[in-house]
Design a protein around this ligand. Structure first.
Ligand code: FMN
Length: 197
């Protein structure tokens, strides 16, 4: 298969087009962030990379807190809008009719309509070029209870999370495996001592 070589660029995808909330319940803002991910399991650490020109940038610097809310595919228009308009000019929370809940550990608000919200506290700020990375500890997670099964396992298959890849939005599709399924031993059939009649 022939490959074309391009210069290095930010082509990793799909990524979550997260709705990141910042500020406080009284003075909230929300922006769309695609440059995010997990960088450590214990302690649970994440990052968001934000251009200093964003209205949210100074808000996050001021409080040292933000919330990463994972949107569903039905929220695609809201996600795009919050990534097109600045909170410096538009009250995006009001315009998109976004419901807010209190954070349990941070003063930044949590979006009521997102099934998963990660409450984050900034530990380090790193200017990288176009974007500044906020490295942060995930200090609490809010999960919509209907996606947690009776064994306490998070099951987001029905949540219909939104994905973003190379400038386009996608609804997450069919489940095609789970962690460790490639090496899991098949359950042996239970042997019985009794001879079949
Ligand atoms: C899909 C999508 C992903 C985006 N990802 C980022 C990002 O990772 N970092 C960033 O600084 N801006 C990103 N933006 C742009 C900001 O969300 C946008 O400039 C927003 O208006 C900033 O809002 P604010 O001025 O209220 O902070 C993205 C926009 C879209 C539509």
């Amino acid at each position: 298969m022939a490959k074309i070589i391009w210069k290095g660029s930010a082509l990793l995808g799909p990524v979550p087009p997260a709705l990141v909330t910042c500020g406080t319940m009284d003075e909230p803002n929300v922006l769309t962030i695609a440059w995010t991910g997990i960088v450590c399991t214990h302690p649970a650490m994440t990052y968001i990379s934000v251009r200093p020109s964003r209205h949210s940038y100074e808000m996050i610097r001021k409080t040292g807190e933000f919330v990463i809310n994972l949107p569903t595919s039905s929220m695609g228009r809201t996600v795009d809008f919050c990534g097109m308009k600045s909170g410096a000019k538009v009250d995006k929370i009001q315009k998109c009719k976004l419901g807010l809940c209190e954070g349990s550990e941070v003063s930044a608000p949590v979006l009521a309509d997102c099934p998963v919200s990660l409450e984050c506290r900034v530990t380090q700020e790193m200017p990288l070029g176009s974007h500044t990375m906020f490295l942060a500890q995930i200090v609490a997670v809010q999960v919509e209870d209907r996606f947690v099964d009776s064994k306490g396992k998070l099951n987001l298959q029905q949540a219909g999370l939104l994905a973003y890849a190379h400038g386009e939005y996608f609804a997450l599709g069919r489940k095609c495996g789970e962690f460790g399924f490639s090496v899991r031993k098949k359950k042996k059939p239970i042997k019985s001592d009794k001879k079949p009649k």
